[in-house]
Design a protein around this ligand. Sequence first.
Ligand code: GLC
Length: 587
Amino acid sequence: MIKSILGRCIFIATLLIAIAMSTCTQPSGKNENNTSNPSPWWKEAVIYQIYPRSFRDADGDGIGDLRGIIEELDYIKSLGVDAVWLNPIYPSPNADNGYDVSDYRGIMAEFGTMKDFDEMLKGMHDRGIRLIMDVVVNHSSDEHEWFKQSRSSRDNPYRSYYHWWPAEKGKPNYRYSLFDETGNAWRYDSLTDAYYLHYFSYKQPDLNWENPQLRQEVYDIMEFWAKKGVDGFRLDAFQFVAKDTAFPPFPEGFEKDFIAYYAMQGNIHEYLKEMHLRVLAPYKVMSVAEGAGRNFEDAHNLVDPERKELDMAYAFEGVDIAKYDGYSLLHFKEVFSRWDSAFAEKGWLSVFLANHDQARMVSRFANDTPAFRSASAKMLHTFLLSMRGTPYCYYGDELGMTNIGFSRIEQFKDIVAINSYKKALSKGEDMDLFMKKLSFESRDNGRTPMQWNDSPHAGFSSGTPWLPVNNNYTEINAAAQDKDPDSVLNHFRRMVQLRKSNPVLVHGAYQLLAPEHPEIYAYTRIWGEEKAVVVLNFSTEKQRFQMPGLSSPTKVLINNYPHVETTKNGGEIILSPYQGIVFSVTP
Ligand code: GLC
């Protein structure tokens, strides 16, 4: 009996692989299978995030660019993804790689021209791929014209575009800066004898959202891009925009829990409603804010459709679990299950394990050693693409790219790495431990150039890349994986197609199974008559698992191993290290 189930599973799995392979280059639009339950495109979408600096360099200056993206549009299409989220591409002095914008309506010269942008957008749309732009408006660059004007004199019309504190009032109350090397978010500017506020680096002064004129400027900018045809906006650090401009004192040590003091303050919901009315609704663009506030209530208030603010929440609790000293799967399961249940009835979440602010997903959440890298990267994709919410794939993760693990401070490029090093040094921290943590957790790990092939610099650039390519590119690269049906890349493509052809994986109710199991993450997804069971082994050992419904007709929808092993009596399945299987169960 089990043998025949097993045989059938293997057969079906092979068949599905063949089907998925043959369809993996089809662009996917709205899920036609789900017309009985129409939902906005972004709910059924898979989003691919591109860090343009590191994706593909077409002109050989060592820096990725828009023409590089244009050259790879067919590759992006071959992934089956529906939308690209592009990190900032606007002119910037690059104190924080584009998150310090000096002109919101332009294109960074290193990345190309507006003509390139238009061609890229058209190329995406021609392939059925939408574009989500990063809008960085908690702060601008200190080299933006607004700030230049603002700092020039106290009565300049742009003065109130930023937060200034005149020095004659004494020192302003302490505000914590996430990026500053001293930790202080106020910087003294002798030109007008005043301090200005910067929650991030001093090169990123915070904009004054309490000024209605500034808000109109921002909506105009968003309108400019919406008119060009962009399909969505990701609002950078938006939860911090509203501030109590009296800047009252905060309790000593507040910075340990700064989100409680910085996020979702003042009139932020009014601003979002205003933005919705002015830009998001009329241009029908999707919207996702970075950060989802202090609690579920905040997160819901951001994305409750009736409130007409934003579409999708992007919460950090899940991605933040993995640290230098590891994480527990029990914690991981608890967090993802808690967020799912909080959004089961209303609202919509993003599902992700990586982005440009994190080290590589396989190095943090799975196992990047040669023996397990491939299986564990596939397993993570099985997880991300079988959860409710909109999955995001960060460039290179579809290949299982790993941390580069710099060990000397001179190797790091990221402002956070450099300034936190200075801060730790000045506070007399254990620098040995600091460097170990930095090597594992640094954002630079997630920003090394895309590994396209095994030619010099991984085919990323003919020049010297701005950040070194990971040495493992001869082994981990897109060209090799494209040819290998068993690669992480092709598993990712199959998983995307599986999600597209099974609405249960998008919309189905989620229920955690075996919550106490320390090594296995298993859950069901149920949608009408359809039921899927996802079983993931997060360990380097074989694990036994009692599969509910194994006795009823069970079909393997996807498996990152060629087999499904079961115990002799057939009561349990035996999962290989990092094995991940999605079953379809007939109720
Ligand atoms: C967001 C971005 C991050 C940037 C910061 C300041 O957190 O994701 O990359 O450094 O905002 O703009």
